[in-house]
Design a protein around this ligand. Sequence first.
Ligand code: MRU
Length: 361
Amino acid sequence: MLISGTPTRTIWREDDAVVIIDQTRLPHEFVLRRLHTLVDAADAIALMRVRGAPLIGATAAYGLALSTLRDASDAGLQAAGEQLIATRPTAVNLRWAVQRVLSCLLALPVEQRLSAAWAEAAVICAEDVAQNQAIGQHGLSLLRALAEKKSGPVNILTHCNAGWLATVDWGTALAPIYAAQEAGMAVHVWVDETRPRNQGASLTAWELMQAGIAHHVIADNAGGHLMMHGLVDICIVGTDRTAANGDVANKIGTYLKALAAYDNGVPFYVAAPGPSIDFSLTDGGKIPIEQRDTDEVACIQGRDAAGQLVSVRLTPEGSPAANPAFDVTPARLVTGLITERGVCAANRAALAAMYPEWSAT
Ligand code: MRU
């Protein structure tokens, strides 16, 4: 993606370090941060300096390379993998990337592991970009079909941020929107603010601004009203983990949007790259739901009139809060999954046909 006209990815290697965009500072400040150690990488994931399932996976892969710099032993690598996997429980890309890099490295002599770790992390990133580009093209077909049936822009509602900042590049749910823009199609995006961390208001809106794509940020509660009044043609969201039966874990609040879409006959699609699909889980009820710090609900971060980033309290001192970070949308509410291999129904048979090599394991 372009940042002020410069092609930029969300993560890259520089010598013996890894560079990320510190997403806790967006949209107000664009700050790059260098990761030098395994702990730097684990902290970046846990503290949400990087976030979004595919980017978490890519960061974990590079975290293993940083760890290999100091300790390439079997025990060292296995401990590093466990440390990374423990950072966040819901996004399955994290475990997928760690297991993939470990199985590559542990099969090699110790002296070959460092270069292999850097190489495997780079391949994971390259694959992510290619998968998201393919999702963009498959999703574009859906948008074109909608455009043929109406005049004016296609109105897309999205939740959280599943744009390029959530991946290495392009994004998952936003990839079709970027593809539509490249194809010269008129699109307009309703951006759920996505409390409590406001990934929509701070990250999706910033991305769309950078790309010059028409959008409005809306309160999380506005989507149902907009759908009821015919102002949403399609919902497209991302996923942190999709089970083998098509149940979709995504940022908290996704389920409510799927219910509203179902009630209003609005198609509800989930952009799901292969590494976000967990064929080891028969259904979404088994997906671990991250419970985050309740201060994320009680407080909100923003920029004050003097330009300083500040956090202010919203709730009465002493009011308890609860902060489940994800929910599971049942497959019956999902119109289809947009994968890098094509669009399929959200059910076991369709997913197994799309990914025969994984469903067989
Ligand atoms: O908690 P986060 O910010 O890491 O949340 C993940 C997400 O960005 C979303 O749930 C997204 O829709 C799926 S990842 C492309």
